[in-house]
Every structure is written in C-alpha cells, then in structure tokens.
Design a protein around this ligand. Sequence first.
Ligand SMILES: Nc1ncnc2c1ncn2[C@@H]1O[C@H](COP(=O)(O)OP(=O)(O)OP(=O)(O)O)[C@@H](O)[C@H]1O
Length: 483
Amino acid sequence: MVQEHIPFQLQDYLAAAAARLHALLSPYATITIDDKSSDYFSRSEAFFAVEAYLGASPCAAHARRLRADLAEGADRMALAVDDHEGVADDFRGATMWWRKTKALPHTNVITWSPRNAERRSYRLTFHRRHRALVENAYLPHVLAEGRAVTVRNRQRRLFTNNPSADWAAYDDDRVWSHVKLEHPSTFATLAMDPARKQEIIDDLDMFRDGKDYYASVGKPWKRGYLLFGPPGTGKSTMIAAMANFLDYDVYDLELTAVKSNTELRRLFIETTGKSIIVIEDIDCSIDLTGKRKKKKKKKNKESDKRKKMMPPSDDDDEEKKVTLSGLLNFIDGLWSACGGERIIIFTTNHKEKLDPALIRRGRMDMHIEMSYCRFEAFKVLAKNYLGVEQHEVFGEIRRLLEEVDMSPADVAENLMPRSKTKDVDACLGRLAKALHEAKEAALIKAEAAAAGKKANEGSDGDDDSSSSSKHDSDKDRKDTKEE
Ligand SMILES: Nc1ncnc2c1ncn2[C@@H]1O[C@H](COP(=O)(O)OP(=O)(O)OP(=O)(O)O)[C@@H](O)[C@H]1O
C-alpha cells in the first residue's frame, strides 16, 4: 500500500518542480479551468462556458479534432474542441492559446461514479504582459459569450408531472416527463390591448433582469401571475408567449394527479430555475373549501371511528390530500428554499371562485384579465392571419366588436383562410357575418331572459298563493292530526 504511493508522490514532486522551473523561465502564464467546481460534485459553469465559447468561436475552425454532441432535446449538434486539442484565439491583438486536457485519476483513488473517473480542463496560456487584459476583459468576454451560446443552443422543454404511482417505474425516480416546447406564440402574435401587453412585457423584463433587485429588497426571485377570463381568450397562448419571451421552460402541473402536499413539495423541489410553473384552471384543480371540510369532519365522529378500523388509504385520508394551505405554503415558503428565477401562473375562467388568500398580491403579483376581442386585438389577428392592416369592412367590424362579446379564438377561427389562395374579402366577410349572427343571438337571448324574468315575477305572485295554499293544506293536515 505504502509502496504504491511512492511513485505518485515522486511524480507529483517532479511535476511541481518542472512547473516551478517553467514559471521562472517562461514569459507565459497559464490559467486552468476544471470541469468540476470547487465543491467537486457540481459541474463548473466556467468550464462549460469556455467549451461553448470555443465551439462557436471562429478560432475553432482551425482545430483539427472536434467533438460533436447532441444535447438532450436539441435540434442540432453542438461542437466542442476534443481532448488534447489546442486552438489559438485573437483578442484585441493578443493571442490566447487554449488546450483541452484530460487527466485520469491515480489508480489507487476509488471513484464513486464512472463520470468522476476522468477530469477534464481547459488550460489558457497567454503572455504575461496580457495578464490584466485576460483577467479584466478576456475571461469576462468568454464567460458572457459562452453563456449566450448555451442559451441559443438550449432547447426549451415542456414538463408534465407523472402520476406518483409511476415514479418508481423510472430508474431515476423521475417525477416530471418532458417534450420539446415548440409553441409558436409570441407577444407579436398575441391579440390584446397594446398598452396592457406592453405593461406585461415590461414586468417580465424587469423580473428577468431583477436578480440583484430582488436580493437587495430581500425577496425570493419569483413572481406570480393570475390569468383570468372566459374560455378562448388566450390564457394558454399568453403562457406560451411569456415562455418564448423569457426563454424559460414550462412545468405544466396537473394538480388533480398530485395526491398529497408531500408530493406537491417533491414536484416543486424538482423544478429548475428559469422556468414557469403553470396550474391551469386552478378553481377546478383544488378544493378551495378546506375549512368547511374540516368542520364537517369534526361532526362526523362516528364515521371517523369506523375509518380508523379500516386499513389506511390515501383516498380517504383528508390530511394527505393537496390542500389550499399546502398550496399556499408552497407558494410562499418552499421555493425560496429551492432557488430563484421561477414564475408561477394560475389560470381560471372564474376568478370570483378563488380564495382571496390564494391570489393576494405577493402570491399572485399581477392579475391579468384576458377579455373578449375588441378592435385593437382584432387588428393584430387580421395582420397575423390575413396580412391586412386596413380594409373597408374594418369600420363595420369595429362597431360590431364593441357591441358583441366574441373570444379571440372565435375571431381567429373566422379569419382563418379556407384555401391556399388567401381570400381576404371572404374571410373578413365571414367574420362580419358571424358577428351579426352573434349580435342577433345575444338580442334574442336578452329578450328571452327579460320575458323569463317577467314571467317569474308573475309566477312569484302565483307561487306566493301556491305556497300559501300549501301552508293552508299543511295547517289543515296538522289540525286533522290534532283532532
Ligand atoms: N389573445 C389571443 N391572441 C391570439 N390568439 C388567440 C388569443 N386567444 C385565443 N387565441 C387563439 O385561440 C386558441 C385557443 O386559445 P387559448 O387556448 O389560449 O385560450 P384559453 O383562454 O386558454 O382557453 P381555455 O380557458 O378554454 O383554456 C389559441 O390556440 C389561439 O389560436
């Protein structure tokens, strides 16, 4: 055992002596960037930034040996300099030499994972007189460019939660599955009031660049948005536009598949930064009447006793279910513990059904109403679907959209060309016709409702008499009984 150590110690000693001698004589300096960060277990961000920078830099064109890798979900291969290959990069008249090295560990070191068996690093060599340039300008430039390349190559993902019963079926106990996020919606194609749209874009911009601001005011770096409005007004479309704008992943949380607050916690912990967590139709996903249920439970002591004698099951254990308070806890506390840069979005068609605690500012910071299509929103759709910004029927459509509530989804469907030869007149005419029909239908409905109300008022009077006659007959029966 001792004998085995000697050659390595000697090797290390000789290597260190040679390095000292080289440093004394050579006019060059070197900087080494390892693939493991100082805690050894996590990946070094600097290493991957250098890798991405060199792979995309024109200097890589001179490298003879490159490595291609297809990152998970990426569209095209990313190139990187291969092991033991060197490239020269020119920066403000100074030459920077990069070499990628790979070191095998000493054979008597036991590694816990094959991935840790090899250590790679990039070694940067430069003339000593460029030391300040390298430290103050070149390395920050490599880091910024490398990060930008990584973001450009990154394929965004749409995650959905696996039912907990399936978690054990995956090797790595995966709680989320994902597909590529390819929704084409952007703020340019989103039809809504332009001023409101700009407000949302500014808010997202502020959030994305607000790391230091959030830290300075002592708030976790997260933001909540509540999207509410009738069906087809673009709530899901807005989420996709936000994700595309921010370049974030989306976690679509199906709350009805989550059995307990514990599972909910696990799902949240496993989300990553730069992501949007979405709970659609929140009013249908969770029982917002937790308090009332508890009261009911207290009253029902008999059934509780019976339940205790049965084997425990998740289904009938109220405490184990996802509760409003579980959700509130998660929003408030948990994610400050699992890193920042997360957005949470709730959508609902019925804002009034939501518990005020769930949507108060601080939890849902911005409430965004997605409403029926008005003229400004229509203009966006007309431009997107038909490429027109002006037309003689615009005036008529404007008037109708002020009188009729039609969702952007319905307007878009009417504007959609039915053949490859885009017949603008036909599409706009179809929309105008649909709006006229909707207006008429609304009138008829209003008239029917008014007539119904009138009839009700009339029959209310009758009802009174019937209830009084019912009362009389009840009284008669009672009297008969007493007799
Ligand atoms: N504001 C909008 N801008 C552009 N397109 C829209 C808009 N609203 C709806 N659409 C179109 O209608 C379709 C349906 O809209 P979306 O699913 O976003 O509505 P939603 O409000 O989420 O509906 P639901 O409440 O039923 O889930 C979208 O695919 C899109 O083509």
